[in-house]
Write a protein that binds this ligand. Structure first.
Ligand code: DHB
Length: 312
């Protein structure tokens, strides 16, 4: 299958990318993704202006049998300069996306000014949806704040930019966020971030499984697939066609990839299952996807992308 996909100035030869936050904090991890068979791109851990150690541990829990995770990492990262050095000084095999976050609007703007002034020419992903910093609501749930940030960003930022969105759960919210995003020259949206503030309990001990925020954390894995598909589908139906979609959420097997393609995904990012399985996950997913294509006689991605059928 020819998987060639374009977003802005970047060309991808496989569909898969790590989800920001997973396998991307250090150069060693980033290089493991660069070299993973069937990886199409790499994204850095969301960078703040300064290095952060993040929330207290345990802050990540996985149920590898049920393919579900919960995390409250709290944006541990090595700081924007570390990731800038990585993208500028290393020879990168794959398109490498730069994820930016900030604890305030001014930190976001300062970080993007640094990227604007740098030699980085790839895609930037602005994370508007970290659920795990105490006292900081997810920006993209505040529609006025989202518009204000995008106004201020696009006043100076001229490199290709995407945004990482939280899941929405109401048709009116799909309408409202899409109407805002359509007002800007976005290269893409990435949907969805983890489903914020879930709670998992250990039945042996009646105890929460992660320490920060008294056990509340972002959910990932199989349990978020239906929400992820709905967000990809709803956004694809509402966004201008030039705004591409990176789908994230609930991808465990080839059928999950296929379903995201039906909903309109351009690329597919893997979070929980990458953490659980490691970077060999991409080749397994591509093989399983190709088996589905062979069964169905599909020879071109255009036969699948956005081709979800409805009941008449
Ligand atoms: C973190 C979690 C997220 O889901 C995200 O988008 C960004 C950061 C975190 O806790 O580090």
């Amino acid at each position: 299958m020819n998987y060639t996909t374009k977003i802005a100035n970047q060309v991808f030869h496989h569909l898969f990318i790590n989800a920001a936050g997973v396998y991307c904090q250090t150069v060693e991890e980033l290089e493991q993704i660069q070299n993973a068979p069937c990886a199409g791109a790499v994204i850095t851990k969301s960078a703040t202006a300064k290095e952060r150690s993040g929330n207290s541990e345990p802050r990540y829990f996985e149920n590898s049998v049920e393919h579900n995770t919960i995390n409250s990492m709290g944006l541990p990262n090595l700081g924007i300069d570390y990731y800038l050095n990585y993208v500028l000084k290393h020879s990168l095999k794959l398109p490498t996306l730069f994820s930016i976050v900030g604890l305030s609007q001014s930190e976001i703007i300062d970080n993007l000014k640094k990227l604007q002034a740098s030699g980085f020419s790839g895609l930037t992903e602005l994370n508007l949806s970290c659920p795990n910093v105490s006292g900081k609501p997810q920006i993209a749930y505040d529609f006025a704040a989202t518009r204000e940030i995008l106004d201020n960003v696009f006043a100076f930022y001229s490199k290709p930019l995407g945004v990482k969105l939280p899941p929405y759960f109401d048709i009116a919210h799909f309408d409202q966020i899409a109407a805002i995003l359509n007002d800007y020259p976005l290269a893409y949206v990435n949907a969805i971030n983890s489903v914020g503030n879930g709670l998992v309990i250990d039945p042996e001990t009646d105890t929460v499984v992660i320490k920060p925020k008294d056990g509340f954390g972002g959910l990932g894995g199989k349990q978020i697939k239906a929400t992820a598909l709905a967000n990809v589908r709803a956004l694809r139906q509402r966004l201008h066609p030039q705004i591409k979609i990176i789908a994230t959420g609930g991808v465990i097997n080839g059928r999950d990839v296929y379903d995201h393609l039906l909903c309109g995904a351009d690329l597919i990012s893997i979070g929980s299952q990458l953490e659980i399985e490691g970077p060999t996950v991409f080749a397994r997913l591509e093989k399983e996807l190709e088996e589905i294509f062979a069964d169905k006689g599909i020879t071109d991605l255009r036969q699948v992308r956005g081709k979800l059928k409805l009941i008449a």
